[in-house]
Write a protein that binds this ligand. Structure first.
Ligand SMILES: Cc1cc2nc3c(=O)[nH]c(=O)nc-3n(C[C@H](O)[C@H](O)[C@H](O)COP(=O)(O)O)c2cc1C
Length: 168
């Protein structure tokens, strides 16, 4: 399990080169922009990631992107950690996955450290490779519970949440 705070622009590092010629769109074949990369304990087949896009990055969309080829990691829409723990339909649908949808990152939002930790542990138990925390969403529904970009206004609290989250 990788616990991380992921920015969609943070993925430029160069890793081992990888042969993606059998599973990639022609324009990406033999391209030098594709390299395998590691994040913590996770080895990814390429350094191209699908960013979370609320309303779009559901299971069918991710499977289509994977079928095109070249993607190293796909991310879900942002998911309310509390709703996930309460097994709400909407949250369960957002994290719905299958073996072909791997490796998968789930993006959580919330501001209660224990809920974020428990939701991440649940995701780990169902085989999710990576969990990231949304700290950028500006919409009211997310910020009013202290999540998303509201986390950037309370840095001490946010740092404590991240620490509690990543400590076993
Ligand atoms: C419709 C839409 C929904 C998005 N939803 C999320 C989200 O749930 N979580 C997140 O971190 N970013 C979200 N983003 C931001 C994108 O992941 C991405 O970072 C942003 O569009 C900038 O992409 P670019 O660097 O390729 O221009 C969303 C963006 C759009 C346009």
């Amino acid at each position: 399990m990788l616990f991380g705070v992921i920015s969609s622009r943070a993925w430029g590092s160069r890793g081992m080169s990888v042969d993606i010629t059998s599973s990639c769109v022609p324009s990406l074949r033999k391209s030098t922009i594709l390299d395998a990369m590691r994040i913590g304990s996770l080895t990814l087949p390429s350094n191209l990631f699908l960013s979370p896009l609320a309303g779009y990055t559901n299971l069918p969309f991710r499977l289509v992107v994977r079928e095109i080829g070249g993607v190293g990691l796909c991310t879900t829409d942002l998911v309310n950690a509390r709703s996930l723990l309460e097994k709400r339909d909407k949250a369960l649908k957002l994290v719905k996955t299958r073996p072909a949808d791997s490796p998968l990152a789930v993006q959580l939002f919330g501001a209660v450290p224990e809920e974020m930790r428990d939701a991440a542990q649940y995701l780990e138990s169902i085989g999710v490779a990576s969990v990231d925390i949304n700290m950028g969403c500006p919409v009211k529904k997310v910020c009013k519970v202290g999540g998303g970009s509201a986390m950037m206004t309370e840095l001490d609290k946010t740092a404590a949440l991240v620490r509690a989250w990543s400590t076993p």
